[in-house]
Ligand binder design. Structure first.
Ligand SMILES: [Zn+2]
Length: 55
């Protein structure tokens, strides 16, 4: 049984003076992820998607 590699989330900083694009590891379902922009240090909160494409 092959192990599925979790995709990463591409996040773009919304700070006009930053606009940095960085990737973070996807968290477990039902959890909220707090990520920090490596460039400007802005905090972002990403709720995990509830809907799944594959069943
Ligand atoms: Zn930033």
């Amino acid at each position: 049984m092959a192990r599925v590699i979790r995709p990463v989330l591409a996040i773009r900083c919304v700070v006009s003076s930053c606009k940095a694009l960085f990737e973070v590891a996807e968290v477990e379902k039902g959890k909220t992820q707090i990520v920090v922009c490596p460039k400007c240090g802005e905090y972002y909160e990403y709720p995990s998607p509830e809907n799944t494409n594959q069943g």
